[in-house]
Design a protein around this ligand. Structure first.
Ligand SMILES: Nc1nc2c(c(=O)[nH]1)N[C@H]1C(S)=C(S)[C@@H](COP(=O)(O)O)O[C@H]1N2
Ligand SMILES: [Mo]
Length: 461
């Protein structure tokens, strides 16, 4: 399924309909990072750093019209020496693992208040609105558990290869970790990410609309190496089945081409350390470009076979109901997608003037080639800067300058990958996919900046 390159004129969209978030949905603490000190009676703004940024030269040159730092009388925060300039600091951190600043404690992954709450919440969303660059800190990586997570004892964990192989093999963690390894940056996105938007439910923040998305440096052994050690029949073997050791019996079929290309990894490392328990410690499959469900955690078995297995996780879940009433199965590649993370829903712009519009773009088919940004609901587009590195099947950070005139604005981003695929708007997506899907929504996201500065999730029809 591909969409034609949308010309600016063709994608001219009508005005957005403002959708209200469900009552009780907004969890303000989760929405924004606010530096409360000294800001009584003011509107919250998107990062405390903005006060400094606005006084800076880039913003001034870009035509900033407002400076929130009071000039007259002097700012006590620059005039008075704080305790950290006059006293002795803390000794080295010796109590184990380092933690973020106490002023950053509201940057957390969160279960969505809009989803059914079970005794064990099964999804937590990454706070995309608070992150920089492309790497998701491991403690903020989204989680999706079908049966809860486990801290698996690595000395007891075993990984088996069977099926169409000469000699089935069972590996210990030690045996896997002495093999040649590779390290690669890749995004992982749950196929259900942005799923609520199919039903036109205005989840209030980018954390809840797009936060089943994370990006890490993964370290491990290419699965093909392990298959070759077991003497896999790569002629008859057209697919592999990956199975997890947790109670969900997570099993997914993966086409052999992805394995022979060397991209699929049996990974134990995440951002320079071992995987986190909630992300599959001590072993998980990394299937670049493919939806999260195939990235089987607590990986205990890979079977080589000659046809897809049609397991519950591929016949009942993660299928797309198409307009003709048929279900689309095995639609595993996460198509080209992007989202503006600043400004985004739940944030508040302090005042008119300069803002850095920032966001993330990714494609399961390759590298991001271009991202365009619109501030008028898709009538006009400007090409954003792609920040390096721009990697294969990895998040790419984009930035673009914007001077907000204080009037209502609809901010959108539209990504294109190196296959020429252009991220669709809702009209284009629904024309192909209909209206009854849950999974695989890669439509252009719209954020309405209101005159008050408050940013809301809207969907253009
Ligand atoms: N063993 C096992 N693997 C699993 C799952 C699971 O519940 N059990 N969830 C899958 C789903 S649906 C997703 S989206 C990703 C989420 O990975 P994360 O929790 O590391 O973000 O893991 C996949 N692998
Ligand atoms: Mo998922």
């Amino acid at each position: 399924m591909t969409f034609p390159h949308t010309s600016d004129a063709a994608s001219g969209a009508p005005h957005g309909r403002l959708r209200k978030a469900p009552e009780g949905f907004i969890d303000r603490a989760g929405i924004q990072t606010v530096f409360a000190e000294g800001r009584k009676g003011r509107r919250d703004f998107i990062r405390g750093a903005f006060a400094a940024a606005l006084a800076g030269t880039a913003a001034a040159q870009a035509g900033a019209q407002a400076n929130p730092v009071p000039a007259e009388g002097g700012d006590p925060n620059i005039l008075n020496l704080p305790p950290w300039s006059t006293g002795l600091g803390q000794p080295v951190v010796t109590d184990g693992y380092g933690k973020p600043s106490q002023y950053e404690t509201n940057v957390q992954r969160r279960p969505s208040p809009g989803l059914t709450q079970t005794t064990q919440a099964s999804v937590s969303f990454a706070p995309l609105q608070s992150l920089f660059g492309i790497v998701t800190p491991s403690g903020l990586h989204f989680e999706r558990h079908h049966q809860g997570w486990w801290d698996v004892d690595p000395s007891k964990h075993r990984f088996m290869i069977n099926g169409l192989v000469k000699s089935p093999r069972v590996f210990t963690m030690d045996e896997i970790m002495r093999l040649p390894s590779v390290s690669r940056f890749h995004f992982i996105e749950c196929g259900a990410n942005t799923g609520m938007e199919w039903g036109n439910v205005a989840v209030p923040t980018v954390q809840y609309s797009h936060g089943m998305l994370s990006c890490s440096e993964f370290t491990g052994v290419p699965l093909i190496t392990l298959l070759q050690m077991a003497g896999a029949d790569l002629k008859k073997g057209k697919f592999v089945l990956a199975e997890g050791a947790d109670g969900s019996s997570m099993t997914r079929t993966i086409p052999m081409e992805l394995v022979t290309s060397g991209q699929v990894l049996v990974a134990y490392g995440q951002n320079g350390e071992m995987l986190r328990p909630e992300n599959g410690y001590p072993l998980r499959l990394v299937v670049p470009g493919v939806q999260g469900v195939s990235w089987v955690k607590y990986l205990r078995r890979v079977e080589v076979g000659d046809e897809p297995w049609n397991t519950k996780d591929e016949s009942v879940h993660y299928i797309d109901l198409m307009p003709d009433g048929q279900h689309r199965q095995y639609s595993s590649i996460q198509e080209c997608k992007s989202v503006v993370t600043t400004p985004s829903g739940g944030q508040v712009l302090l005042d008119k003037g300069f803002y850095n519009v920032s966001g993330l773009a990714w494609s399961g088919r390759g590298k991001i080639k271009r991202v365009d940004v619109s501030v008028d609901g898709g009538r006009n587009w400007r090409t954003a800067r792609l920040e390096t590195p721009v990697l294969d099947k990895c998040l790419t950070r984009f930035n673009i300058d914007w001077v907000w005139d204080g009037k209502p604005a609809i901010v959108q981003s539209r990504a294109m990958d190196d296959t020429g695929f252009v991220q669709p708007n809702y009209r284009q997506l629904r024309a192909v996919r209909g209206t009854r899907s849950i999974y695989h929504n890669n439509a252009i996201q719209s954020w309405l900046v209101q005159e008050s500065g408050e940013v809301k999730n809207v969907q253009l029809s």
